[in-house]
Design a protein around this ligand. Structure first.
Ligand SMILES: Nc1ncnc2c1ncn2[C@@H]1O[C@H](COP(=O)(O)OP(=O)(O)OP(=O)(O)O)[C@@H](O)[C@H]1O
Length: 257
């Protein structure tokens, strides 16, 4: 399923990982990596386990600093920011991670209120209710407002997790393996949601995935980490139009085996 053309502003670079290298001792994870995320774009990052995709996300969110090069996010050089400015910047980034679980003892409403109350302290009760209802509607789960997470399916919990991130109206969304562990129909559902979020909230997103159907459905552009570099960039077709033995197995495993 090909993706609908998105409204991308190629004059506005939202994230620029600019000639970045990162090593841990003798392990050279990223070598002179250069990648840009444009305003309104969904960028898919592919790569084998252990190639440095999480390291890339940690560099973008300021949890790691590069050995060389700069990471620019929303006009700020992340590696130059002090703790307070980094916290402010992180509020503009939504993280949808596999382990960003919901609080089991709270209802869906309470789960969604939590980041709002913590980050926007001066909101009235009516404003909080409005935000919660709007964002739940946005992920198609208005009816779940008073349910406990344990009463929801894996796909629904994932949707609520994304809603909890969206409630702070981030400019950027970072999705780490959004379809991992979900059945194919729920995967389709989550992929559609990622595209709906892009359209409705005008977000720019990085999606890390091993699921090529997901990559194809949500990605406006793809990059593949190979031996510490983004050697392959482009459309799905451009990435996989190769006999490179480091690349072919991704395609073959997803679509042929
Ligand atoms: N803080 C750290 N200290 C030492 N080594 C690290 C650290 N963080 C990551 N690494 C190493 O860097 C390499 C890349 O790790 P990373 O977690 O980015 O891989 P990944 O591509 O996200 O893998 P996966 O798809 O399995 O999640 C791994 O070999 C990992 O052990």
């Amino acid at each position: 399923m090909e993706k609908k053309k998105a409204n991308i502003n190629y004059d506005d670079i939202v994230i620029h990982v600019d000639d970045v290298s990162k090593s841990f001792g003798d392990l050279h994870v990223l070598r002179n990596v250069d990648v840009k995320l444009y305003n309104g774009e969904n960028l898919v990052v592919l790569g084998r386990s252990g190639t440095g995709k999480s390291v890339l996300i940690k560099l973008i969110s300021g949890l790691l600093t590069p050995d060389k090069g700069n990471v620019r996010v929303l006009g700020e050089v992340v590696n130059d920011l002090n703790d307070r400015d980094l916290r402010t910047l992180r509020q503009r980034i939504g993280f949808s991670f596999q382990n960003s679980a919901l609080y089991d003892s709270m209802t869906v409403r309470e789960n969604l209120e939590f980041p709002l109350v913590r980050n926007k302290r001066n909101l009235s009760r009516a404003e909080i209710n409005k935000e919660v209802e709007e964002v739940l509607d946005g992920v198609g789960l208005s009816q779940a407002i008073n349910q406990m997470p344990s009463e929801l399916s894996g796909g629904q919990r994932k949707r609520i997790g994304i809603a909890r991130t969206l409630i702070l109206r981030p400019d950027i969304m970072l999705y780490d393996e959004p379809t991992a562990g979900l059945d194919p129909i729920t995967c389709l559902d989550i992929n559609s949601l990622i595209n709906e979020v892009q359209e409705r909230y005008n977000t720019s997103s990085i999606i890390i995935t091993h699921d090529l159907a997901c990559a194809k459905m949500v990605g406006d552009r793809m990059v593949m980490l190979l031996d510490g570099r983004f050697e392959r960039q482009g459309s799905f077709k451009e990435i996989f139009d190769t006999e490179d033995s480091r690349v072919r197995p991704f395609y073959d495993y997803n679509f042929i085996v």
